[in-house]
Design a binder for this molecule. Structure first.
Ligand code: GCV
Length: 687
């Protein structure tokens, strides 16, 4: 009887699911139950917490919730406690975060008693790679939320203010408390007085939600904006220029967060242009910001063609500088040593800088993971990184722990995510790309969360039926088994699937030159610098494949702490997921499965493709539970993802055959297109 009832209810739901464009993200409104919220005092932030609870309450009708701002030894920073209808925090922002957490817990059916929640990182910051002309570097969710071209580019409208507020609210709901609102390839103009006027407006819109503004700054700004002859960090005129600029900014924006700097990297100016060091540059800026409590996030993403292995260079340049930075400088380090690839081992810089604050940088926008076309849940990748053991202070020195202050004393702790958020009505392009924004925030708040938990939370909030009357709640069992479980499984498999159809077994950087989307392992025109071409990384030849980073090769393994060094040095001990990252191996190398390297590679690509085909079936079966707009949108994107996975498989494997002349394993699917065709086809992401 129950089953029949559930079925009937599901059918009823199908008829009533209204089209949704994704704008509400994970904060979709449900009919609220009556609740009485009391506060110990009145303030803008507390009023907002009260409003969220009143408008979103789905717990017992008639409940009372008390909001109490009172210090407690168990509560750290802007953390909170929830117990028996009371949210307690050290400060008002903590109450707001607690309110969002309580609503989430009610919705996901988790306990709402004895909850103590403290953030892993103090600064949880999005990096928007937004250009001042309104475009976004590797942004796939539309144009910039903050900037646009034209003569009215600095006038602010109410529509913009509302959008910024919605952005800040979404961030606050997952604990993100900062946003760098311009690209790390920074235009000096952002520091000009007219632009700072707009920055002030943006900051004002976000402030009520506790989201502070930061700016990415161009090291040559004193020349370009200030009219000075130099940007030498030791020049008194330059020092004064930055001090005056900091004073100007803080007069406009008293809670300004600080600067993010990409210096001497990929052609950006920096202190080395004046024979100075990263320390000279970063400390000079840090001194200018210090009186106001600002910080400098100085990126370690540096490499040049002079070293034979790009993966080694950040470590080589930064480890000798350990201990020399001011305490308000944080070195921002990408998760892997190369560049946000589908899979990299963790950067050896994590844990190696013991007297300097270090923060992880993740890429939420899917530059290398299928843009806004492929469904790839990146939480799994970040979880893998945060839980990787660096062994720097003995076993258990995970990347999470060496960056969140639990192992090394750090005055400031922080984490950054390169945002995928833009002006699209769905914010991020792909409806499932919002799950990556969500996951970043949740992991920044708690770096020990599992991707399983995060996926579940996101799905429940993003897709659960809006109706809450009791009859419809009987649909829950059907919803769980028909939607939540299969779709969650799909999300959790999606990153590994992408690794498999793009570059399995430790292969990396095999993208076409066009926007890092489709396959291009063959791409190597004569005048392009070699470390921007895939053959530099895969090193395929007649004998074998892979980058030798052991002692017989670049010796990058020596940057890892024992026992990892020995593990990576030994081909039999190296985890197969990193095999070709660390070793150049013959095509007939025997894998743990008993297959040859070539066969294993073929099966991995096949596996990636087959998994994505299955995603299409999973999604089609989920149709009764999803509104027509989001259903069709995901369905169409999955179609393209499947086609692309096929092209990745066909392109890469046929290219490797030009070296090894080996046949495909007998039971493997044959290619659908020739290598020649794939090489000549325009980039896949162009519609
Ligand atoms: C913002 C990669 C990207 C660049 C990006 C750079 C960085 O190289 O392709 O677009 O520049 O990383 O992180 O600075």
């Amino acid at each position: 009887m129950k089953i029949i009832l559930s079925f009937v209810v599901v059918l009823l739901c199908i008829g009533t699911l209204k089209a949704e464009n994704g704008y509400e993200l994970w904060l979709r409104k449900h009919p609220a139950k009556a609740v009485n919220v009391t506060t110990s005092k009145q303030s803008a932030v507390l009023d907002m917490a009260k409003k969220e609870l009143t408008e979103g309450w789905q717990g017992k009708a008639g409940s009372t919730i008390k909001l109490i701002v009172k210090a407690d030894k168990d509560i750290k920073g802007d953390g909170f406690k929830i117990n028996e209808g009371v949210i307690q925090a050290n400060n008002e922002l903590g109450i707001l975060y607690g309110a969002f957490e309580l609503l989430r817990r009610v919705q996901t059916g988790e306990t709402t008693d004895n909850v103590v929640s403290n953030p892993s990182y103090q600064r949880r910051v999005l990096n928007q790679w937004d250009n001042l002309n309104g475009s976004m570097e590797h942004g796939f969710g539309g144009n910039s939320l903050f900037w646009h071209k034209g003569k009215d580019s600095l006038t602010v409208t109410d529509a913009e203010r509302n959008r910024w507020r919605d952005y800040a609210r979404a961030n606050a709901s997952i604990g993100i408390n900062g946003s760098v609102i311009d690209n790390v390839n920074a235009s000096p103009m952002v520091l000009s007085t007219p632009y700072l006027g707009k920055v002030k407006e943006i900051a004002a819109s976000m402030r009520p939600y506790g989201v502070r503004i930061y700016l990415a700054v161009n090291f040559a700004s004193p020349i370009k904006v200030g009219g000075l002859k130099t940007a030498d960090p030791l020049d008194p005129g330059v020092i004064k220029w930055w001090q005056d600029k900091a004073k100007e900014i803080y007069a406009l924006i008293p809670d300004f967060g600080g600067f993010l700097v990409k210096a001497n990297s990929e052609g950006q100016p920096g202190p080395q242009d004046y024979k100075r060091t990263h320390v000279d540059g970063a400390n000079m800026m840090a001194d200018a910001l210090k009186p106001y409590g600002g910080i400098v996030m100085w990126r370690a993403f540096v490499y040049s063609t002079t070293d034979a292995d790009r993966a080694k260079q950040a470590y080589q340049e930064f480890v000798p500088l350990d201990g020399k930075f001011r305490d308000n400088v944080i070195i921002q380090v990408k998760n892997g040593p190369v560049d946000f690839q589908p899979r990299e081992p963790f950067s050896p810089l994590f844990g190696a800088m013991k007297k300097t604050s270090v923060m992880p940088e993740f890429q939420i926008t899917q530059e290398y993971l299928g843009h806004a076309i492929h469904l790839v849940f990146l939480s799994s990748m970040w979880e893998e990184c945060l839980k990787s053991d660096t062994y720097q202070e003995g076993e258990g020195s995970t990347v999470g722990k060496v960056t969140d202050g639990s192992i090394y004393p750090q005055k400031y702790t922080a984490i950054a995510g390169v945002a995928n958020v833009g002006l699209d009505s769905s914010w991020c392009g792909h409806p499932f790309a919002a799950a990556n924004w969500y996951a970043f925030g949740r992991l920044a708040w708690n770096n020990t969360l599992t991707s399983d938990q995060i996926a579940k939370e996101w799905l429940v909030q993003t897709f659960s039926p809006r109706e809450t009357n009791e009859t419809l709640l009987t649909a829950t069992t059907a919803w769980n088994s028909g939607f939540l479980l299969p779709v969650k499984k799909m999300m959790l498999q999606s990153r590994e699937a992408a690794v498999n159809y793009m570059m399995p077994l430790g292969l990396h950087h095999m993208f076409s030159a066009y926007e890092h989307y489709g396959p291009g392992p063959w791409y190597a025109p004569p005048r392009v610098r070699v470390d921007w071409t895939p053959p530099y990384y895969h090193k395929a030849d007649a004998k074998g494949l892979g980058f030798d980073r052991t002692k017989t090769g670049s010796d990058a393994i020596s940057q890892y702490k024992e026992p990892l060094q020995s593990v990576f040095a030994d081909v039999n001990k190296t985890p197969e997921i990193y095999l070709l990252w660390f070793h150049h191996l013959p095509w007939d190398y025997k894998m743990k499965s008993g297959r040859s390297l070539w066969e294993e590679l073929c099966y991995k690509y096949q596996d990636g493709l087959t998994t994505v085909r299955d995603f299409q079936k999973i999604w089609d079966n989920a149709k009764p539970y999803v509104d027509s707009q989001r259903f069709a949108d995901v369905q169409t994107r999955l179609m393209r993802q499947t086609r692309d996975a096929q092209i990745w498989k066909d392109g890469v494997l046929q290219y490797f055959q030009t070296f090894n002349n080996l046949p495909f394993p007998p039971d493997m699917e044959r290619p659908m297109t020739t290598l020649k065709y794939i090489e000549a086809t325009p980039p896949l992401n162009i519609k």
